[in-house]
Each structure stands twice: as structure tokens, then as C-alpha cells.
Design a protein around this ligand. Structure first.
Ligand SMILES: *Cc1c(COP(=O)(O)O)cnc(C)c1O
Length: 370
């Protein structure tokens, strides 16, 4: 027998997960239903409808993939790309690098466009990329690069990509529920995100959405999708009801309850209001961190993830350990080229509050003084 489960409550201010509101934890403990029970199908349809609202899209094929953000990334790539296809990936951090890896595992010939970590891409980078690789089938880009804290402006990318006859695929794991995100207005053809960042839901699902143009591309495939589990040509029957709700795999019922509650909280707050709250909280934190002498790394910082340099002579891991052990606060360290050199402080969903910011700043000040 193991001891009863009593995890210490932490203040989650790292790169995800973020603090989960009690309402969501309560929803997840509701009675488990069968995945074909009409009651459950009703909850799932409501969840898919709210995914559309939060993505600001009318895409019929919008649903939660059973798996975390990385499963969403694989779902997009494995369905859109066939062996031998060409693809362009914009890489400015860890997650761009992972998209490149996933695409090459799909058998694509990948052309990556790279800028130094912490930077974002300009309109010109996209225009040059599609000109240089005119046969590419899709262009993939990260909206909110959690490894560096850089925000990517996507408002003009869709036109460039579509005029070149390509699809636009976007990673929105750290922007959904925190930054402005307009799937239809921005011409995004395929998008994935995660539950545990700015939606403040436990990890376990990845909301995705495919445009009608993306579905045409999938339907014109010459080869079957390499992944059985993530094949949307089979999944769409269950999630959209087209062709009957057939069993494919057992949906993670209670996780869908949690996501339904999380999306409902987002919509109750209002999409614009929520984006504005994240902006204000970012400014508040930024002021505090800068007055402690800390410098932001990216020029275009995310509101949801604040990446700052660790000052000379400070042991960054020791500070994070002390924040966790003495103050029950979690922040993130640097990844990849920023390992040992940066802190990543999340202001995601429920965690993005004035009270949390003041608590963190006070604790961090103590750690930096000693
Ligand atoms: C967290 C994250 C992922 C991966 O999501 P998991 O839920 O960890 O699988 C992908 N992309 C970005 C930008 C992320 O921040």
C-alpha cells in the first residue's frame, strides 16, 4: 500500500502546466460515461463547438486529440504530409525544431528557415521562403515559442502562404486562451494547441482544427496516413457525427469534461477580455522583473511566457529549487541554447493574476538578495 495521495499545492508559474481552477477539478471527477452514450456525445459536441469559438473558426473538423500538445503536432503533420512531399518549417526555438523532426519522420523533404533563438520572423522571411521553395505543400510555424518567449505575428502570413498554393500549419499551444488567435481571419489551415497552458486545464488533450482546404488535401492523399491512432479520416466520423459515430478508440471521457469546463470558463471571461488580462499581467510582471535588474531576452515577448536572462554569478537551478522548496512556486529554466542562462516565467490562464505576480516577485527578490 502506498500513502494516500496528498500533493503539496504549488503556484504554477512555469511553462505549463498552469494552476487548475477547482471548477475543472470538480468536473473531471464527474461520473464516467460510455463514449457512445448520447449524454456524453452531447458534452463532446459542446466541447467541439467551444473549440471553434476559442479558435474563432467555423471549421467543421475541430476536436480534441487524445494526447498532449505533441500529439496535436503529430496529428497535423502526419495527416497533411505524405512521403516525398516538401515542407517549410520556421525554426526559432525548441518547438520549431520538433516540427521539423516530426515532418522528416513523416517522410517529408523539410526546408527549415532559421533565425537566432529569441527572434521572430518578418513578413519578408515568409515571402522569401515560399519563393525559394515553390513546391512545398505546407508551411509550419509556431505562434508562441515557449522555449524562448517570442511571439510570432501571423496576421499577414496566411495570404503569402496561400498565394504560393501552400497550407499554413500553426502551433498555438501557448497562445490559445492567452493571446489573440484568429484561425479563419488569419487563413490558418491546420492548428493544434494544448490544455495545460493558458486554458488552465490538466494536460492530456490537444484541441485541433482543419480548414476545408486542408481536408481536401487529406482526401486527395495517395497513401494512407502513417499513424493509425491519429488518422483524421477515421476520427472525423466519431467527432463530427458524419457517417455515424463509430468506435475508433475510447475517448478520454473525464478529460473531455475538464476541457469542456475550461473552455466554458474562457468564454465566460470573454476572449478579448482574457487577452487583455494577460497583456496587463505581463506588463505588471515585466515592471517588477526589470526593477529587480532582470532583462527580457526576446524583442517581441509573449504575454503568457516571460523569458529573462539569469544575471552573472547566479546559479539559476539553485534559485528555482529554493522557489519550489521554500515558497512552493514553480518557474521554468532555459531549454536548448538557453539552458542554464534563462528563467521562463509563465502567466497562463488562472495563474496570470496580480496576487501571483506579487508573491513571485517578493520570493524572487529574497532569492536574488542572498
Ligand atoms: C508545451 C508545448 C508543446 C508540447 O505540448 P505537450 O503538451 O508538452 O505535449 C508544443 N508546442 C509548444 C509551443 C509548447 O509550448
Amino acid at each position: 500500500m502506498v500513502a494516500p495521495l496528498h500533493p503539496r499545492q504549488r503556484l504554477l508559474m512555469g511553462p505549463g502546466p498552469s494552476t487548475v481552477p477547482a471548477r475543472i477539478l470538480k468536473a473531471i471527477s464527474s461520473p464516467t460515461l460510455g463514449h457512445l452514450d448520447p449524454q456524453y456525445i452531447g458534452f463532446m459536441d459542446e466541447t467541439c463547438e467551444m473549440i471553434r469559438q476559442v479558435y474563432r473558426t467555423s471549421n467543421a473538423l475541430s476536436f480534441p486529440v487524445s494526447g498532449t500538445g505533441m500529439a496535436g503536432m503529430e496529428t497535423i503533420m502526419v495527416n497533411l504530409v505524405e512521403p516525398g512531399d516538401e515542407a517549410i518549417v520556421m525554426v526559432n526555438g525548441v518547438f520549431g525544431g520538433r516540427m521539423k523532426d516530426v515532418l522528416s519522420r513523416c517522410g517529408a523533404r523539410v526546408h527549415s528557415v532559421e533565425v537566432p533563438w529569441g527572434e521572430s520572423f518578418s513578413r519578408q522571411h515568409f515571402a522569401d521562403a515560399v519563393k525559394e521553395h515553390p513546391n512545398a505543400k505546407l508551411l509550419a510555424v509556431v505562434h508562441a515559442e515557449t522555449s524562448t518567449g517570442a511571439l510570432q505575428d501571423l496576421s499577414e502570413v496566411g495570404d503569402i502562404v496561400h498565394r504560393a498554393g501552400m497550407l499554413l500549419a500553426v502551433d498555438a499551444v501557448t497562445s490559445i486562451g492567452g493571446h489573440e488567435l484568429r484561425v479563419d481571419d488569419w487563413g490558418i489551415d491546420a492548428i493544434y494547441s494544448g490544455t495545460q497552458k493558458c486554458l488552465s486545464c490538466p494536460p492530456g488533450l490537444s484541441p485541433v482544427s482543419f480548414s476545408p482546404r486542408a481536408i481536401e488535401v487529406i482526401e486527395a492523399r495517395k497513401s494512407p496516413v502513417q499513424s493509425w491512432y491519429l488518422d483524421v479520416t477515421m476520427l472525423k466520423n466519431y467527432y463530427t457525427g458524419a457517417g455515424g459515430r463509430a468506435y475508433h478508440h475510447t475517448a478520454p471521457i473525464n478529460m473531455v469534461y475538464a476541457l469542456r469546463e475550461a473552455l466554458s470558463i474562457v468564454l465566460e471571461e470573454g476572449l478579448d477580455e482574457r487577452v487583455e488580462r494577460h497583456r496587463q499581467m505581463h506588463q505588471r510582471l515585466r515592471q517588477g522583473l526589470e526593477s529587480l535588474g532582470l532583462k527580457y531576452i526576446p524583442e517581441h515577448s509573449l504575454h503568457t511566457l516571460n523569458c529573462v536572462s539569469v544575471p552573472e554569478g547566479i546559479d539559476e537551478a539553485a534559485v528555482r529549487k529554493r522557489l519550489l522548496d521554500e515558497y512552493d512556486i514553480e518557474i521554468g529554466g532555459g531549454l536548448g541554447v538557453f539552458a542554464g542562462k534563462a528563467w521562463r516565467i509563465g502567466l497562463m490562464g488562472e495563474s496570470a493574476s496580480e496576487k501571483n505576480i506579487l508573491t513571485l516577485l517578493a520570493a524572487l527578490e529574497q532569492c536574488l538578495q542572498s
